[in-house]
Design a protein around this ligand. Structure first.
Ligand SMILES: Nc1ncnc2c1ncn2[C@@H]1O[C@H](COP(=O)(O)OP(=O)(O)OP(=O)(O)O)[C@@H](O)[C@H]1O
Length: 560
């Protein structure tokens, strides 16, 4: 109702579609039966729009013709959607050879003039209007492909997509849940525009006399009326009006949809209320059951994480050169080093999410005794979230802005642990309490932009803890937060480690954080570990110049 023009065009389209569907009810006449006696006769009883040049009822032809015209456009649309959208999704998400091949093909198709191809198709495939509409679908599919590919390629780079991968969701799920939701609105708008184009092209073909000829369509009616324009000009009016109003309504509807759907804030408001209302529904108090789910106690493992002689290489060369690192259950190990020293590359190797082009070129990584170098992606994914979890650096950009916090917590619980919707919601609320969020219900129903950075980081820690992992990798978990919140989040990590016997690998460049939290520390420089030992020992008697430099960076703070 906020967009009257959109509503009006929507209603007009609905009326046209309804009239066309109800053709047998609205007109008692056969659109093909002619009575030459009545040719060019004006309106008469039972024939409100009169007769055409062959003495056929104009209203019947208009209604039945609408079926063919709109049906033809629908076929073209469905073909275009089926070809363009999946191809665009795959090309945008994965890139690579498929993207190159599909983009090449799309450029080729777009270079062809549609009318000429349709004329040639008619010569080869015959005059069946439905077949021509399938060809038209092929010709307009590139507009969907380009639209979807462009958006998906952008969304693919968002951190929340990486976060979803890290939490162990499969590509298909990520595409369905996080990517499709972003392309949905533009696709709907494009559908309205392409429908208008398809109707126009189809009518154009029929007007030129290249369509099926015998079946009534609005374009064929125009063609016939045009031949007799001197004698009965009114015959042009009805199909012209039908085509003009339908195409115009589609364009206006597309504009209205664009105004509403592409303005996220306004469009998502109702959903948000619905989501919040669901969350506020009375919850059953059974929280104990949820606590039983998860991996076996981490303390059973002798060595939780063991990295030996790890090397990471890109085409440009080796960036991590033989790193050794161990994390035991219940231990917090700091991995420190200046920017570019290889901390993140080491952490990503453990998570099995090295960026494209990067690979573990040497060495071994075992988690709970299991070798993970060379593990198929499927098995690696099964480990992520459940055995090893990840807390990323920038909390805000790792939450999907299109979903509530609750939804993002519930999703992995349902699909990784197989919990029912209600059980997953209870567990998500428990997790929010676990990370000391004061009003879990409210946060559960909030969208990421409605919570603070500190809360977002707690939510991500809750998410990481959701499947009770044995090992947590936290990459600079406090850099984006102010000092007070930093302390709170660090306290929270310490508490979780103590209570749950969690092994934590804390990636940071801040030796202050290490002093505060870590049992042991490994210092990296230029892709190598240059110093390692008990945190207390390393901090009180640093051997390596790099450690001394990092230490000097935090000392002024301590003095202050
Ligand atoms: N995609 C990539 N291709 C090639 N080299 C890369 C790539 N990503 C990182 N590197 C290189 O790997 C090295 C280590 O980077 P890494 O991100 O692990 O550093 P870091 O210690 O985590 O730094 P920061 O604290 O700034 O995040 C850097 O020299 C960087 O140039």
């Amino acid at each position: 109702m906020r967009h009257p023009l959109g509503v009006l065009s929507g209603l007009l389209l609905a009326a046209v579609v309804l009239a066309v569907l109800l053709a047998p009810v609205l007109s008692a006449h056969d659109p093909g039966v002619s009575s030459l006696r009545d040719a060019f006769e004006g309106p008469a009883a039972g024939h409100p729009l009169g007769f055409d040049s062959a003495g056929r009822d104009v209203l019947a032809r208009l209604l039945y013709g609408g079926r063919n015209t709109l049906g033809g456009a629908l076929i073209a649309l469905v073909v275009a959607l089926l070809l363009g959208v999946p191809a665009g999704l795959v090309a945008g998400y994965y890139g690579g050879w498929f993207d190159s091949a599909a983009s090449w093909l799309v450029n080729l198709v777009m270079a062809l003039p549609a009318m000429v191809v349709l004329l040639a198709s008619r010569a080869i495939l015959g005059s069946d209007v439905w077949v021509l509409m399938v060809v038209l679908g092929f010709l307009v599919a590139p507009s969907f492909y380009r639209l979807v590919r462009g958006i998906v390629a952008n969304v693919r780079r968002e951190l929340y997509i990486d976060a979803a991968r890290v939490s162990g969701l499969s590509d298909a799920r990520i595409m369905a849940r996080h990517v499709l939701v972003v392309v949905r609105a533009p696709i709907i708008i494009q559908v309205a525009l392409v429908a208008g184009i398809a109707i126009g092209l189809q009518a154009g073909l029929e007007f030129l006399g290249i369509g099926s000829g015998d079946a009534p369509t609005w374009g064929a009616m125009l063609n016939e009326a045009f031949k007799n324009i001197q004698r009965a000009p009114m015959l042009m009016l009805w199909p012209g009006l039908a085509l003009g109003l339908t195409s115009g309504a589609l364009v206006l509807l597309a504009a209205g949809l664009r105004d509403l759907l592409e303005d996220r804030g306004t469009a998502s408001a109702p959903t948000r209320e619905t989501a919040a209302a669901t969350v506020r529904a009375p919850a059953t108090g059974d929280r104990a059951a949820a606590g039983t789910v998860g991996a076996p106690a981490a303390g059973d493992r002798a060595e939780l994480l063991s990295v030996h002689d790890l090397a990471v290489s890109y085409a440009s060369g080796e960036v991590v050169h033989g790193v050794d690192l161990d994390v035991r259950a219940g231990e917090i190990v700091g991995l420190v080093g200046e920017s570019g020293s290889g901390k993140t590359q080491t952490a990503f190797s453990i998570l099995g999410i090295l960026p494209e082009g990067g690979r573990v070129s040497r060495g071994s990584i075992t988690i709970g005794g299991k070798e993970i170098v060379g593990l198929p992606e499927r098995e690696h994914r099964a480990l992520r979230g459940t055995i090893v979890a990840y807390v990323p650096q920038e909390p805000m950009s790792n939450l999907d802005p299109a979903f509530t916090v609750g939804h993002q917590l519930v999703e992995p619980l349902r699909y990784k642990l197989g919990l029912s919707r209600a059980a997953a919601r209870r567990r998500a609320l428990d997790l929010l309490s676990l990370v000391e969020i004061t009003d879990p219900r409210r946060t559960f129903g909030s969208y990421p932009h409605e919570i603070s950075g500190g809360m977002a980081q707690r939510v991500l820690i809750a998410g990481a803890m959701s499947c009770e992992p044995a090992l947590l990798i936290a990459d600079e978990p406090t850099t984006a937060l102010d000092v007070r919140v930093q302390t709170e989040v660090l306290d929270l990590l310490r508490r979780l480690q103590r209570e749950r016997d969690l092994g934590v690998l804390l990636v940071t460049h801040n030796l202050g954080v290490v002093a505060d939290l870590c049992d042991r520390v490994a210092v990296m420089r230029a892709g190598r570990i240059v110093e390692t030992g008990a945190a207390e020992h390393v901090l009180s008697a640093p051997q390596d110049p790099c450690t001394r430099k990092l230490l000097a960076a935090v000392l002024p703070l301590e003095v202050a």
